[in-house]
Write a protein that binds this ligand. Structure first.
Ligand code: ZN
Length: 418
């Protein structure tokens, strides 16, 4: 009974608080939201009561404000305010969480709110009030575009309560994403993945070209990382160590971040000291003996023909050779397999297949449509659509469908030529 009463009191307080925020005090809310930088409109938060993280300056927002209030008031009832915060969630909290979880459109949510209000529920008129959407998203002009830093510790802290180890291992991805076909506008997010949890955005840049200078773009991120690496994160009395294990980027982004030469230049190999040779307009690395590159020598900028300058990653203590993953998707799927198929379909005469053979392969691939198990993201498509194949389709061709559909067709071809 006492529990029910407490729940009712909290709901009522939430309602009152929400109503007084809803219309007249929008400006005040803007101030709160912009001063604490509590997420952006593109990244829906799923706030929970009692979600605030002690020891960080970020964990304060509208919801936690209410939760703190609840806890402190009930401290004299029972000394278990912290547990209650997790058990009780208000009607708005549930509604908000449901709306973000199922990606309900603002239009639909407004409609639902209007129905609920008619039925006597004191709910806000607009869904943006319910979702606590920040009214302003403060960005700064930097590196030739707009930039916003969301924070590394903030993102990590959200996962800490689910973590079972004291070591936080991070994987970082930095890459450009074109936004429109008709303009050069692009996003450059710094994405961080913490263990097996969903990635979060640590920083975001948008501009007409890649962020330059690189040092400025990475400054906030690397400064915070260096601090966390040296001091760790203290959460609920425990100290967590933080390290960046892997930098997952495609070759041009890696070259940009590591300050090395592009992947088509003579000493472009990121793993070993080897000089390539140019054969028919292509860079070829023979299989001669070569010494592996080391993090220490890279940090001292000793690879003069490979490095173009001092990468800001070095100062932050990120090992530039061992932590940079050479990714399978670009190298194997979109590299070798795609190149091989381009040779087979429209390459030089010596290896190009006849129209009949290409049709036969396409027919077999299309024949497999609907027969691939649900574990595959895509069903096979014909070779004539190859320019639109995704990396996963090339992988599927390499590992599963390729050997089956090429078996008889390619045999006929080689027999015919030789
Ligand atoms: Zn190599």
């Amino acid at each position: 009974m006492a529990m029910k009463m407490r729940e009712w009191r909290k709901r009522k307080r939430d309602m009152d608080q929400l109503l007084c925020y809803s219309d007249s005090e929008d400006e005040q809310r803007t101030e709160i939201n912009s001063s604490v930088e509590s997420g952006s409109s593109s990244v829906p938060r799923t706030p929970l009561s009692g979600d605030s993280v002690p020891g960080t300056s970020y964990g304060f927002d509208f919801d936690t404000d209410v939760a703190c209030f609840t806890d402190s008031e009930h401290d004299d009832d029972e000394g278990e305010g912290e547990e209650e915060g997790e058990v009780i969630s208000s009607f708005e909290d549930d509604l908000r969480q449901w709306a973000t979880e199922h990606k309900v459109t603002h239009r639909a949510l407004n409609g639902l709110l209007s129905i609920l209000r008619k039925q006597g529920h004191p709910l806000p008129v607009d869904c943006r009030t319910l979702l606590a959407t920040p009214l302003q998203n403060t960005t700064e002009s930097k590196c030739g575009g707009y930039y916003k830093y969301y924070g590394l510790e903030k993102g990590i802290s959200e996962n800490l309560r689910l973590m079972d180890s004291n070591e936080v291992h991070l994987a970082v991805n930095i890459d450009g994403i074109p936004l429109f076909k008709s303009s050069g506008m692009q996003f450059w997010p710094i994405l961080v993945k913490c263990g097996h949890f969903d990635p979060f955005i640590a920083a975001m840049f948008s501009g007409k070209s890649k962020p330059s200078p690189l040092e400025d773009f990475l400054k906030d991120f690397l400064t915070e990382y260096k601090y966390l690496k040296d001091n760790g994160i203290v959460y609920k009395g425990q100290t967590y160590t933080v390290t960046i294990d892997a930098l997952i980027c495609d070759a041009p982004a890696r070259a940009y971040l590591k300050c090395i030469k592009g992947h088509a230049s003579y000493e472009s190999c990121e793993r070993c000291v080897i000089q390539g040779t140019r054969v028919e307009g292509r860079m070829v690395f023979g299989d001669q003996e070569c010494t592996p590159r080391t993090d220490d020598r890279f940090a001292r900028v000793e690879y003069r023909n490979h490095q173009t300058g001092l990468s800001p990653l070095i100062a932050a203590g990120i090992p530039c050779v061992s932590s940079c993953v050479l990714d399978y998707m670009h190298m194997v799927c979109l590299g070798v397999v795609r190149r091989m198929l381009i040779y087979l379909t429209r390459g030089p005469k010596i290896c190009r297949l006849s129209v009949r053979q290409k049709d036969a392969i396409s027919k077999k691939l299309i024949g497999l449509r609907g027969r691939m198990p649900s574990e595959f993201a895509r069903q096979p498509r014909g070779l004539h659509e190859m320019d639109r194949w995704k990396a996963t389709e090339f992988r599927q061709f390499l590992l599963y469908t390729g050997p089956v559909v090429l078996k008889t067709v390619i045999h006929v071809h080689t027999a015919g030529v030789r």
